[in-house]
Design a protein around this ligand. Structure first.
Ligand code: ADP
Ligand code: MG
Length: 365
């Protein structure tokens, strides 16, 4: 639309403290792109829900502004914000049928009566609940109830939908189905979604962008593959996915690689992505799936090679995780295909693993 900015929501220097305590959201600057699926990911207590509640209008910022379509929201009550919300514990009305629960969203917004039945039907069909329209919530499974909550949030066709751990109470299989379904609803409607989760897999699967929260601060905001492959700091590297952290000291700069001397005497070459100084203490993050065992007559020339002994072998069904330790550096985990079972690794065995400088992420903090 002409004149619409690329951003639907802007947080400007937003801080929040409850009852005059310390800030649980600290100086938040965040822009949500129109039409995107943005996930707020972080551990419990990192300020994700508080951020969402301020946007929904259930909490107000202690400092700063929140803008929706360039209009400052601070004093606009929740029901006037045209925002759909699905919260984990935002219960359905037990005495109303599924249909009535969804219709309620339209009635409070004064949608003309003759449009209500049709809109409710479309919303229920979208979440595959058409046949359940006249049931009561108590006659539905947890997953179905959560779909009603979703239909209720979508039925009035808001441009922005906020979801706070909506799949958190569902068991694994159902949760995975709903993740894909929600992703399709997002794609089909073109609506902007801001989604909260503490589950990193869920964030990686669903999001256009992920904002990683810790301690009331966004540590990094970017596309899932950038968050995973180019974490900005140790917190992001360890919170998202598994990683090996090798501690060392930068000894030189060789072409486009820093040479890092590890405590155990090995050296590792890591691609230079930012300027660091010689002598600086760093951690090198290497994802377990980026390291391979070096077979005899291997054709791949690994720039980094370390020798270590097998401590533990864990079978995961579709892969194996081997924990290695050389007695001086931290454990090093390698993720390998299950065919390796035939190689009969055993604890105590000496093995060589290799990995490339571009898969080594240097982290100073
Ligand atoms: P998250 O959703 O990331 O788990 P929250 O935003 O719920 O984090 O909480 C951030 C911090 O604010 C926590 O320390 C939490 O205890 C505190 N907090 C949340 N809600 C309230 C409240 N209503 N009153 C007082 N403290 C709160
Ligand atoms: Mg929360």
């Amino acid at each position: 639309m002409a004149g619409e900015s690329d951003y639907i929501v802007t947080f400007e220097g937003v801080r929040k403290s409850y009852n005059g305590g310390e800030y649980v959201v600290k100086n938040l600057d965040l822009q949500v792109r129109r039409g995107e699926f943005l996930t707020l990911l972080g551990p419990s207590g990192s300020g994700k829900s508080t951020t969402l509640m301020m946007l929904a209008g259930f909490e107000s910022p202690t400092q700063g502004n929140i803008l929706l379509n360039n209009v400052v929201l601070n004093n606009i009550p929740a029901y006037k914000r045209d925002i759909g919300v699905v919260f984990q514990n935002y219960a359905l009305f037990p005495h109303m049928t599924v249909e009535e629960n969804v219709a309620f969203s339209l009635q409070v917004r004064k949608v003309p009566k003759n449009q209500i039945a049709d809109k409710v039907k479309r919303a229920l069909d979208m979440v595959h609940l058409g046949p359940f329209a006249s049931r009561n919530p108590a006659q539905l499974s947890g997953g179905q109830q959560q779909r009603v909550a979703m239909a209720r949030a979508l039925v009035f066709e808001p441009k922005l939908v906020l979801l706070d751990e909506p799949l958190g109470a569902l068991d694994k299989n159902l949760r995975e189905d709903m993740q894909i379904e929600l992703k399709h609803i997002h794609e089909n409607l073109g609506v902007t979604m801001v989604f909260v989760t503490h589950d990193q897999d869920e964030a990686l699967i669903m999001s256009d962008r992920i904002a990683v929260f810790n301690d009331g601060i966004i540590q990094q905001i970017d596309r899932p593959e950038v968050i995973y492959n180019q974490p900005k700091n140790k917190f992001v590297a360890t919170f998202i996915g598994e990683t090996n952290m090798l501690k060392g000291t930068i000894s030189s700069l060789d072409d486009d690689c820093y040479v890092v001397a590890l405590a155990g005497g090995n050296t590792i070459r890591a691609k230079r992505v930012e300027s660091l100084s010689i002598g600086q203490t760093v951690s090198v993050s290497v994802r377990p799936e980026k390291a391979s065992f070096i077979k005899q007559n291997s054709e791949i020339d690994y720039v980094n090679q370390i020798t270590s002994s097998v401590v533990e072998i864990i079978y995961h069904g579709d892969h194996l995780c081997l924990t290695l330790n050389n007695g001086q550096d931290s454990d090093f985990i390698v993720k390998v295909p299950t065919e390796y079972l035939n190689h009969e690794f055993s604890p105590g065995q000496q093995v060589a693993v290799g990995f490339q400088p571009e898969n080594c992420r240097l982290l100073s903090s």
